[in-house]
Design a protein. Structure first.
Length: 281
């Protein structure tokens, strides 16, 4: 980490309710911030690509992409999407037996997403994968452009509206196979950001989430302004599912779960975990 202190930092976050809920207070001056932030809201797969190109100082990223960028970024203990019962779902137009999954065409919300990594780790899906934005996956399956789809974010709560059926909960599979919570995404900071600043950012994100929990209505307009699904019950379910105590602080269990997932991703790709580890020192 370099010694010079920055005046501002670029900050990547998704427009999904869990991120806008967590970051609302920080971006609106309701909690102390160590620097000014230049927010960039984008689909998480776009953020993954920007992180691979080292274009953002601080960013939300899929943990499925972590093995490829951890030489340049360290993970923060606050702001993560990690927990039990929050996994991506595999859906189809009609029930299909597991033997039909192997060769099916699968629409995925990005090749760097944790959802796509889980599909690979499962081992039962060997057919072609069609990469698209997460909000295009369900319509593609409903039209028959793909046999199966891996859905994330609000899709977990709305897929039945399109007449789709759930074949597999990849989170339940992960939990049963590895007996740890499922890490989906985390906040990463470039390793050339001064350590003092990076630690202050970590503290500020936790403070922003604490504010959101203490003032649950404060972020409502900001969350709705960016959400794909405007129905309040869906937005509330999204936040309750993806914002957990691990979002406030990963703790030992959260760190261990991330190390498990990223370690398996690295082994698949023949990559190494950087010697300084995954997390901010």
């Amino acid at each position: 980490m370099s010694a010079s202190l920055p005046e501002s930092l670029s900050l990547g976050l998704s427009p999904c309710p869990n991120d806008t809920y967590i970051f609302h207070a920080l971006l609106h001056g309701l909690v102390p911030a160590p620097v000014a932030f230049r927010p960039h809201l984008a689909d998480v797969e776009e953020l993954n690509g920007m992180a691979r190109r080292k274009e953002l100082d601080v960013t939300k990223m899929s943990l499925g992409a972590a093995a490829r960028i951890m030489d340049d970024y360290a993970l923060l203990a606050s702001g993560a999407a990690l927990g039990w019962g929050c996994g991506p779902l595999v859906v189809a137009r009609e029930p299909l037996p597991p033997e039909a999954w192997a060769t099916a065409r699968v629409a995925v919300p990005g090749l760097l997403t944790t959802a796509n990594l889980l599909l690979t780790l499962h081992g039962g899906f060997q057919g072609p994968r069609q990469e698209m934005l997460f909000n295009e996956v369900m319509p593609a399956v409903a039209r028959g452009d793909a046999d199966l789809g891996v859905i994330i974010h609000e899709g977990r709560f709305t897929y039945q509206r399109l007449g789709l059926t759930k074949l597999l909960d990849l989170g339940e599979w992960w939990e049963g196979a590895f007996h740890v919570p499922l890490p989906l995404g985390a906040i990463a900071v470039r390793r050339d950001v001064p350590l003092e600043t990076a630690r202050a950012v970590q503290t500020a994100i936790a403070a922003s989430l604490s504010y959101a929990r203490a003032h649950p209505q404060a972020s409502g307009d900001f969350v709705r302004a960016h959400a794909q699904e405007l129905e309040e019950s869906v937005t509330r379910a999204h936040i309750e599912t993806f914002v957990t105590d691990y979002s406030l602080d990963l703790g030992e269990a959260g760190r261990a779960a991330i190390e498990q997932l990223v370690g398996r991703a690295a082994a698949l790709e023949g990559l190494r975990i950087p010697p300084q580890g995954l997390f901010l020192g």
